[in-house]
Design a protein around this ligand. Structure first.
Ligand code: FAD
Length: 385
């Protein structure tokens, strides 16, 4: 179905983005998957193109582009033609905006230009071994020592954990208060900051994910983001956009899987006919086509709502729930239609199946999405007694 949210200038941008991902990212993907992380070069090259931190004002190295559709195009083109382990969107759009929105002028001037050039790679560290879905359970703590904060604790499953240079770390600043968290900018070279091994994952092999350890890390006061007691609220504030980003990526990946499966079932023959002509295959693909079009239309509408600053946490939760459920369904059906080939690493669908499995778990698992949506309907045990 024709998508209605893009103008001519978006399409021109899409063409050049596509060339970039085809020429500069895809040829390295296999090596990156083997080594377990992308080369820093990927970020530097994206920086030269102006593809990182596009939202930042020009004085901070960005292009001052508030229109989320440009970011959407980068995410879509990378997933179709590049490599999903190149987490440019985490750097640019999931982490960078915390500095843009909460940072002081000094922090923005010091940090953002290097992020826009890809010289500094960003990550965000919320999750801990005992606190994933329940962020109020964070145990990493920061103590106010007058001119600095002293950070102790550990984080786990942190994306860009190996290649990252600057992490926003959520830590408890108000002992005894479930929501008393601060956000701290921890730099690669800070004494007492260590990273664990690159964790072996089911999929997303070119994306590095690690534990991070903080042992008496002295964080200067100039590296605190916003009010050090309001971190929990900040995290919640940015999660709606994070969920939209996941939805956009999930759908782009699902559309890609659909297209390559359609080609496959037209070519592959069994019982003297292309397997795509069996009624089962035709019906499966028809159902997926209809669901993909409907969900894409909804997510595109969410993008426009986001541009108009009207994307609510509930709508973002609906988008993430629908897009990631559908993505996983598409991957499963498409592996099935590939037969044994779908189980072989040399076929892209095999990799896509495992890459996609995470999307219903991270950025808030889908059960939490249902809680957010359900509570917005007034079905909240804290209020209905
Ligand atoms: C590849 C990868 C990259 C990641 N990147 C980052 C990152 O960059 N930064 C970061 O901070 N974190 C990151 N994470 C962590 C991720 O956000 C957490 O794994 C996720 O929030 C789930 O937390 P958990 O693993 O502790 O699962 P748990 O919280 O233990 O939940 C396990 C399961 O329990 C169920 N469940 C939990 N709560 C509820 C509920 N309220 N109602 C119903 N069911 C529930 C769900 O089925 C859920 O999947 C990453 C994880 C992975 C795997």
């Amino acid at each position: 179905m024709r998508r209605l949210i893009f103008e001519a200038e978006h399409e021109i941008f899409r063409e050049s983005a596509r060339r970039f991902f085809q020429q500069e990212i895809a040829p390295h993907a296999e090596v990156w998957r083997e080594q377990g992380c992308v080369d820093r070069e990927a970020f530097l090259k994206a920086g030269v193109q102006g593809y990182l931190m596009m939202w930042a004002e020009e004085e901070y190295g960005g292009a001052g582009i508030a229109d989320f559709r440009y970011e959407q195009i980068l995410i879509e083109e990378n997933l179709r033609y590049g490599e999903p382990g190149f987490y440019h969107q985490l750097h640019s759009r999931l982490v960078g905006p915390y500095i843009g929105a909460l940072g002081t002028d000094e922090q923005k001037a010091r940090l953002l230009p290097k992020c826009a050039r890809g010289e500094t790679i960003l990550g965000i560290a919320m999750s801990e071994p005992g606190a994933g879905s329940d962020l109020a359970g964070i145990k990493t703590r920061a103590e106010d020592k007058g001119d600095r904060w002293l950070l102790n604790g550990s984080k786990t499953y942190i994306s860009n954990g190996q290649i990252g240079d600057l992490f926003i770390v959520a830590a408890r600043t108000v002992p005894g208060s479930r929501h008393g968290l601060g956000l701290f900018l921890v730099e690669r070279a800070m004494v007492g900051f260590k990273r664990g091994r690159n964790l072996a994952k089911m999929g997303l092999k070119a994306q590095d994910t690690s534990e991070l350890f903080f042992e008496n890390v002295e964080v200067p006061k100039v590296n605190v983001l916003g009010d050090p007691a309001k971190g929990f609220g900040y995290l919640k504030q940015f999660l709606a956009e994070e969920r939209l980003i996941i939805s956009v990526g999930s759908l782009a990946y699902a559309q890609t899987a659909f297209d390559l499966t359609l080609d496959f079932i037209k070519e592959r023959r069994a019982f003297g006919r292309p397997i795509g002509t069996f009624q089962n295959a035709r019906f499966k693909m028809a159902e997926l086509r209809a669901q993909l079009d409907a969900t894409q239309t909804f997510v595109d509408q969410c993008v426009l709502e986001h541009n108009a600053a009207r994307l609510t946490p509930e709508i973002a939760a609906c988008a993430k729930l629908l897009a990631t459920q559908l993505e996983n369904q598409v991957m499963d059906e498409c592996v099935q239609l590939h037969g044994g080939a779908g189980y072989m690493q040399e076929y892209r669908i095999c990799r896509m199946f495992t890459d996609a499995r995470i999307t219903s778990i991270f950025a808030g698992c889908n059960e939490i999405m249902k809680e957010i949506i359900g509570r917005s309907l007034g079905l909240d045990e804290r209020k209905l007694k």
